[in-house]
Design a protein around this ligand. Sequence first.
Ligand code: SAH
Length: 361
Amino acid sequence: MTAPNELDKAPDKRRKKDIFGENVEALQAELAPLHLPKYRAKQIAEWMYQKGAASFAAMTNLPKALREALDDAYMIGQPFVRDRLDSADGLTSKFLFEFADGTAIESVLMRQSYGNSVCVSSQAGCNMGCAFCASTLHGMARNLSAGEMAAQVIAINNRLREEDGGKVDTIVIMGSGEPLMNYDQVLAFIHLLHEPYVLGLGYRNITLSTAGIVPNMLRLADEGIPISLSVSLHAPNQPLREKLMPISKKYPMEDVVRAAKHYADKTKRRVTYEYILIDGVNDTEEHARELAKLLHGQLANVNLIPINPVAERHLLRPSKERIDHFLRSLTMHHIQATVRKEMGTDIHAACGQLRNKHLEA
Ligand code: SAH
């Protein structure tokens, strides 16, 4: 994408409309004045989303005159890769993408045993204010558009294809930002990825993680798309959760759990509760018992996440023994639980850490 200072030198480019992120119906409507056959919009979409075309000139199955007409009026917005870090084991790659307005965001590629997973950011920064999280340290700059979320996935998919013929298999909307505070764009993004002319991703291969925006959790349950829902719980009672997650004052824990239960009932999908383990804060036997009681009888499992220490926050990871003990307590109380496999700690893969480094540089 063109940097803002280059735009000054090329004023004609300023008038071009960015069509990256539009679905075929929107493209058809956009291109209606050109009186094209319907299949042209699909061809353009396939070039943008599946074949990595960064310009109309590359779309060789379109007539040359059409390519030129498109180039006069439109552009294909693609983020600039400002930084890339690969973990020593080669399994995790972190990308710092920069959009045309200078906004920088992070995405992470994790090469898992079950396929390639991309962790997508839904906002630049975050204003949830969670006590343990790096993404929120600088507040929220802005929401990302559906196209900007898709661009993260497509840019990584293009690289996988070039590097070893691979592709993106699953998406987790778990990067910086609160996706349910950017509801319409996140939904448009999910629908777009599902389209066969984009990645054809199954809804079950898409996970959305929320800090618990209750009204939009209920709305999501009614969308008729069985995506996987993760709920960031992190505490087994309201007073402690309020301390760790200020959003809990607005949407109390019991309402969050009720909304998650509703989601599971409606979609028949098991909800995952994320629970960061923080030394001496939420990791005692008593906390495990409270958590088991809270989730008793739900179609749910708990993902225990030993905290990624964030220097600014002074919160530490419990010992391995304490983590194991917490896990055993939950299992003993018939709660399905796992400890999250750690990936990419050597490359600042925790939420927001690379972006902060960039902002503070
Ligand atoms: N706002 C959404 C999605 C972004 S956070 C949400 O709250 O779920 C994605 C996950 O990363 C959340 O479970 C969050 O709690 C976790 N996370 C944030 N900071 C972390 C840290 N320092 N160590 C481990 N996990 C962290």
